[in-house]
Every structure is written in C-alpha cells, then in structure tokens.
Design a protein around this ligand. Structure first.
Ligand code: SF4
Length: 370
C-alpha cells in the first residue's frame, strides 16, 4: 500500500508541533528567518534566538536597514557568519524589490538562498507544491522507499521520490501543511535512532519497516577526514581586565566579526617567533598559555593556542576594549572557545564563554541544508 498523504495530514492535524514561526499568519520573513537559523542548530536552540532577532529586527525592511555590526552582534554564537552576511544581503534585496518573491525560482535568485531554503519558503509561506529535502525528509523518504544507496549520492533520487508525494491530491491541496507534516514525522516519530514505527501513520506502507532495515537508513558514505588548521591568538588585557578585540576582515571565515587578534589559520603549526610577527602590540611580554582550543568548521578543524600579555597604561592600538562579561553577544563560537581556554589556564573567569549557544551545534533532528 502506498503511504497516503491524507493519512499523514490527518496525523499532523492532531499531533503537529507547536513552533513559534507557525503561530502567526504565514509571514515569509519569519519563515525564511526560521529556516536560515534552523540550518545551524536545533529547534530548541533556535526558538529564543528567533524571537530575540525579531524583537530587534521586526521586519525585513528593519533588517535591511540595520548596520552590519548590529546583525553580526545578533547572530553571534549561531555560527557560519557567511550565512548572517547573506541574510543581511538577502533582506536588502527583498526590501528593494518590495517583498519576497512567491516562487521557487524567484526565491532562488536572492542572495544566499539555496535550493532547500527556496523550496521551504515557497511551500510553507506560499503553498507552492514543492518538497524541500532536509534531514527529516531525507530520512523518512529513504525509509519509506527502502533506499539503500548511501548519502550523499542518493540525494537526487531521494529529492525526486520526496517530490513525488505532491502528486497525491491531498498533499497538492495543502502543500505547506504536508511539508511541515513530513518535518514533524521525521523529528518526532521517524527519528534517527529507534523510529517509533508502532505509532507511525505510514507504518502500513513503509518498505523499510517491512524489510526490517528502517533503523539503518539512510545509509551514509564514510566521511572524508577533515584537515586541521592552526592559529595563534593574542589575549591582551588592560589594567581594568578588558580584552582587546579587533574586527576581522569582511570576507573569509567569521568575516566582519569581532575576535581576538591572531595569525592567519594555516595547515602547519606556528613557531612562537612566526606568530609574534602578528602580535597586535609588538615588544610586550607575550607568554604562551597552556592548552589548545578546538573548533570545527565545515571543511576543517581549527586548533588555536593563546599568547597572553598585559597592556601597558596609555596604550594606543587599533581595536576595541571589551569587558569579558560583555563579549558573549559579540564573539563567535570559535573565539569564545579561546576565552574558555584562557579561563582554564589563568583561573580568571570569562563569563562570555558561558553564553548559551556559544558555538554552532550540529543538527540532529532536522539537519537543514542551505
Ligand atoms: S514506519 Fe517507521 S521507518 Fe517507516 S516512516 Fe514510519 S517511523 Fe519511519
């Protein structure tokens, strides 16, 4: 029996998750923002950040008009700053054209909107009959259709199979609800480990369940080993305990964000002599702190060490002096890890690192692509 869209919709009508971006009328700005944030982390972590972001930038026009520094500050701790830059650029493009386009193609043409986000916004905000392929939809589809080909190679086939649901009249007449029903099924019943098949509305037609292989799907090709890069950063405190921060160059990783000054990140380690050539203030008594901070980016793992010094009175240098307790909102996760390292090495508390969501967290429930 083919799993029926109307069975899934009937289940959704009773069991749908209450999510803040579903509460109000369908506002493409709110939906788009939730989708971009959900690419970074879990629903639980996104919810308070999404509300706070909207308090500060209540409309796409407000976001478009905001200075980049304000957007970067509000994004801090959500990781992948290129996405925040794209978010800002996209808001400006949308404001300039007077609103969001209502088709996949129109959305796809906006800065930073990939195939997934375009399909999600088109379906959820504008009821277009498209199925975005996120981690939940991938998992549900691979199980229902017993697709054993591993990811990522199986993705085009899974996308085509998932889009096939829209051929059923029930799905085609309620695209936004159907897509969110798929998300909810994957997040609450057809979970990565131990799918709850006994209470699943699609159990009767699920080929993976019938073949006894559902829990092992989707299969995944082995991940390539991530290369390691190394950087040395400089912890300079003044007599009041404030830290010297500098804004990073606008392009590149963490572009435009505040950070501890440092060397570039490269694939070979740094000698102290090499690193000191990048010191924000040469000639100080720079001392290495023990330990190493690690931060995972998509394409490499970063390992960072610290050189610390105390600034002489009346020092004049480029940058901004920040009290440590104020840095939680300003620093990206990689830099907060350095403050954690500093605290472990010196015993001097840096409240910044205790900020919730201080680094990008891998999604386990929804795994939204861009
Ligand atoms: S029957 Fe089990 S494996 Fe199949 S869709 Fe439902 S929860 Fe997932």
């Amino acid at each position: 029996m083919l799993p029926s869209a109307s069975d899934l919709l009937a289940w959704y009508d009773r069991h749908r998750r209450t999510l803040p971006w579903r509460e109000a009328a369908r506002d493409p700005y709110r939906i788009w923002l939730s989708e971009v944030m959900l690419q970074q982390t879990t629903v639980a972590a996104v919810t308070p950040r999404w509300r706070r972001f909207l308090d500060r930038f209540p409309s796409v026009q407000a976001l478009a008009a905001a200075p980049w520094e304000a957007v970067a500050e509000e994004w801090a701790g959500l990781g992948y700053y290129a996405r925040a830059r794209n978010l800002h650029a996209c808001a400006q493009a949308v404001a300039a054209r007077g609103g969001f386009p209502d088709t996949v193609e129109g959305l796809r043409a906006l800065p930073g909107i990939g195939a997934y986000t375009a399909a999600a916004v088109a379906a959820i905000a504008f009821d277009r009959p498209v199925v975005p392929l996120d981690g939940n939809v991938e998992r549900v589809t691979s199980r229902v259709k017993a697709v054993e080909e591993p990811l990522p190679g199986a993705r085009p086939r899974l996308a085509a199979l998932a889009q096939g649901w829209m051929e059923q009249a029930a799905a085609h007449s309620r695209p936004a609800d159907f897509v969110q029903a798929l998300f909810d099924l994957g997040a609450t019943i057809c979970t990565p480990r131990n799918p709850a098949c006994a209470i699943c509305p699609w159990q009767a037609g699920c080929e993976g369940r019938l073949a006894g292989i559902a829990g092992s799907l989707p299969r995944k090709a082995p991940k390539p080993v991530r290369p390691v890069k190394y950087g040395v950063h400089f912890l300079l405190r003044d007599a009041e305990g404030r830290l010297l921060l500098r804004r990073r160059p606008p392009s590149g990783l963490l572009g435009g964000m505040l950070g501890l000054p440092g060397t570039p990140w490269r694939e070979e380690g740094w000698s102290a002599e090499e690193a000191l050539a990048f010191a924000p203030v040469p000639g100080l008594d720079w001392r290495p702190l023990p330990g190493e901070a690690k931060h995972g980016f998509t394409h490499f793992e970063l390992r960072m060490t610290l050189l610390a010094a105390v600034a002489p009175p009346e020092l004049r240098t480029d940058g901004e002096w920040w009290p440590p307790e104020a840095t939680a909102q300003a620093l990206p996760g990689a830099m907060l890890r350095l403050l954690t390292l500093a605290e472990a090495a010196t015993g001097v508390a840096s409240p910044a690192h205790r900020a919730p969501g201080s680094g990008p967290r891998k999604r386990t429930q929804t795994g939204r692509p861009a």
